[in-house]
Design a protein around this ligand. Structure first.
Ligand code: NAD
Length: 691
């Protein structure tokens, strides 16, 4: 053991990540003169720790030694700057499922059981995130010390799973089942103070006080709080049955059982075996292995990798520190606030003062929604400067134009910007529906001009379309993609095309809903069908939320520029816009929003082809975009539709859904719909290429 490793492990004197020469193991270990053994997890070849079979085997080797020759205490921590451990190695899940997951899980459980039953105190020191299997490793220790930025959580539900390495029984035993199951069902993380309050962390301290905290534990100066009386009440099956019923009802509001089986499997498991840790353990292993094979989990794991794929497009240095946003309306205000929240300096211009004042209010709200401390919020507001005179334009590295959707107005703005902007600065437009080719002519440097199409609300929807026109330079596209990464958004590279990808695909879905309403199908029935399919909200409510004026504008623009027959824009939509009932922002659209988000309920069934009429045109538009090279791959299309529109994630995206249903069957269905309802359903030529 080199001195530097011991120094780091025993006294944490070295900076994290600066641990001597690389060692060919996922674990580094040492014993100090005080007899306390230190184990540092340092997964080889990765900047982040994940818990793989290799990591658990490495731990088992150390346990062999500790069981023979037990130290005074064992401290487990991470040698990575990035945090404790991000969870299990998800890339190994498919193989694990094929190779007999139950056996592999049992081996993992065996290792953590051995750790849990060692005769000496075991202490886990957590900095950064301890998630999933990382959290389970921490739970198998007797004590947990949380360093200031620590967080604990079980994000497995987002992958269609529940904890699988002992979390389902170790966390309830530690903090009581009510809080424990809630954490597992929601996937939420508990940060330091909250973790201490819940009883997950025994100590919260600064890095420099870790050794003192370890010594206090070893000296017997610390006490566990215990899970409390309430936890004991749940040893009664009647109490668990009652609580389980409530949990199921709460869960059903977020995730229907037929699409998301994992939370219900967890509740069943706890209801049945919550009074017996051994049975919980056996049940957890069997249930996790079952869920691993489920289509929902396979698709949600796919979504995880789709996000990673889009994130990979966002690498590199954007060279952008100052952003100027033109227009402080619905979009400009959101873009400016979010960009400032993510650390950029932002100036925000508008011809009116009122939107600027509203933008600052909105920024405050977003800071609150994101649980920023008052000091952090103050920093965000310091970085966001109202700039009615446009002083920021000449020093900005990126100017984002979010002015009203009027070509003449945008042209005038570009002429003014061209006089003031730095020669190498990028000009990006947030336009939803204007062809970039027409706008590029009006800019001084078309090679530095592109689309940066955010979705509303920017603080919630992760996707941004980075739109190229014929003369955009690849350096501009790379910098804009990297900018998206820097502000925590996912860039999708697309070509200039009516509606780009997302609005091109979404518009037929929204318009078909309006045709159905014209045919007399109640809006609640239409929206219910889409929600039952797995969409986060129905098309009528979505149109209201986007703004009916914007829907109308996008629909008209698409009709004008596409060579495919689109729907006639419904009279009902036009009438609503004329009446000023433009949707949620006006308090009224097709729905009345004055009492909050509507919950569409209706007893009618609707026509038998209702769901296909809504969903298949969306799939067809995606195929058209691929054929026309608007988007680069089916995977990117799937990711984009999920992260911009919430397209049923458990179905893995529109292209994946088409594939699993059968591309030939989808084409046949489209032909049938075309015969029944008109040529707008005719399948795109691109389907034949998909096989
Ligand atoms: P908006 O009408 O809410 O805001 C536009 C703002 O620009 C207003 O505050 C207006 O005062 C200001 N403005 C007008 N002329 C200006 C000028 N010469 N200089 C500076 N500011 C000026 O519009 P919006 O909904 O925020 O849309 C802006 C752009 O974003 C449009 O191109 C739109 O297509 C696009 N977009 C909108 C949405 C959406 O959901 N609203 C989504 C994606 C993209």
């Amino acid at each position: 053991m080199s001195k530097s490793v011991l120094e780091y492990l025993g006294e944490t004197k070295l900076e994290l990540g600066a641990v001597g020469a690389p060692v060919e193991s996922d674990w580094q270990s040492g014993i100090g003169e005080d007899g306390i053994a230190w184990l540092a997890l340092d997964r080889q070849g990765s900047s982040v720790n994940t818990i793989s079979q290799g990591v658990l085997r490495g731990l088992a080797d150390h346990l062999d030694t500790f069981e023979r020759d037990t130290p005074k205490a064992i401290v487990i921590r991470s040698a990575k700057k990035a945090g404790f451990a991000a969870g299990a190695d998800i890339s190994a899940f498919n193989e694990m499922s094929d190779k007999g997951a139950e056996d592999l899980l049992k081996q993992g459980h065996d290792v953590l059981d051995r750790l849990a039953s060692l005769d000496c105190p075991t202490i886990c020191v957590v900095h950064g995130a301890a998630l999933g299997a990382g959290f389970e490793l921490a739970l198998a220790c007797d004590w947990r010390i949380a360093i200031e930025d620590a967080s604990f959580g079980f994000p497995e539900v987002q992958l269609g799973l529940h904890p699988g390495l002992g979390g389902t029984f170790r966390l309830p035993a530690l903090i009581g089942p009510t809080e424990a199951i809630a954490l597992m069902l929601t996937g939420k993380t508990a940060h330091t103070d909250n973790a201490k309050e819940l009883g997950i962390a025994d100590v919260v301290c600064r890095e420099r006080h870790v050794k003192a905290a370890v010594d206090a534990i070893v000296a017997g100066q610390m006490k566990h709080e215990g899970a409390g009386l309430l936890a004991r009440a749940f040893t009664l099956s009647t109490a668990r049955a009652l609580a389980a019923r409530q949990m199921r009802a709460e869960t059903a509001k977020q995730a229907p059982a037929e699409h998301y089986p994992a939370p219900y499997a967890l509740i069943d498991l706890w209801e049945e075996h919550g009074d017996d840790a051994d049975e919980m353990q056996a049940g957890e292993i069997a249930s996790f292995a079952r869920l691993l094979k489920s289509e929902t989990s396979q698709n949600l794991r796919r979504v995880f990798f789709l996000r990673q794929g889009l994130r990979d497009n966002a690498k590199g240095d954007d060279g952008i520190s100052h952003v100027h946003v033109v227009g402080a309306g619905a979009m400009g205000a959101e873009i400016a606030a979010w960009t400032a929240l993510k650390g950029k300096t932002v100036t925000l211009g508008d011809v009116d003062n009122e939107p600027l004042a509203k933008a600052l209010k909105l920024a405050r709200k977003i800071c609150n929604d994101k649980h920023l401390s008052s000091a952090e919020s103050r920093d965000v507001l310091d970085r966001l400067m109202p700039d009615p005179k446009g002083y920021g334009i000449s020093i900005a590295d990126l100017v984002i134009e979010a002015a009203p959707e009027k070509p003449e107005l945008k042209s005038k703005i570009y002429a003014d910007l061209g006089e003031k902007m730095k020669p190498d600065a990028i000009l990006a437009t947030n336009t939803s529906s204007l062809p970039l080719s027409g706008l590029a002519d009006k800019t001084k440097a078309p090679q530095h001009f592109a689309g940066l199409h955010f979705f509303n609300p920017v603080s919630k929807l992760e996707l941004v379309e980075v739109v190229a026109h014929d003369s955009t330079s690849s350096a501009t596209l790379d910098r804009l993609s990297a900018f998206c990464g820097a502000i925590g958004r996912l860039p999708l590279r697309v070509q200039d095309y009516p509606g780009f990808l997302v609005n091109r695909a979404l518009t037929p879905y929204l318009l078909e809903a309006m045709v159905l309403m014209d045919e007399g199908v109640p809006k609640e029935v239409i929206d219910r069908a889409a929600i039952d399919f797995g969409m986060p909200m129905g098309p009528v409510a979505l149109a209201d939320q986007v703004g009916l004026d914007i829907c109308l504008h996008v629909a008209e623009s698409l009709r004008e520029h596409l060579d495919k027959p689109m729907l006639d824009v419904s009279d009902a939509l036009r009438k609503k816009v004329e009446e000023g009932h433009t949707g949620k922002k006006a308090g009224k659209g097709f729905y009345d929003w004055s009492d909050g988000t509507p919950h569409p309920e209706h007893d009618n069934e609707g026509p038998d082809d209702l769901t296909d009429r809504l969903i298949l045109p969306m799939l067809d538009a995606c195929v058209e975009c691929l054929r026309k090279d608007v988007a680069r791959s089916a995977d990117e299309v799937d990711g984009a539709m999920i992260f911009a529109t919430g397209f049923a994630p458990f179905r893995g995206g529109p292209m994946h859904y088409a594939k699993s249903r059968g591309n030939a069957e989808v084409t046949a269905k489209l032909l049938e719909l075309a015969e029944r309802h008109g040529p707008r359903f005719e399948p795109d030529a691109g389907w034949s290429r998909l096989g």
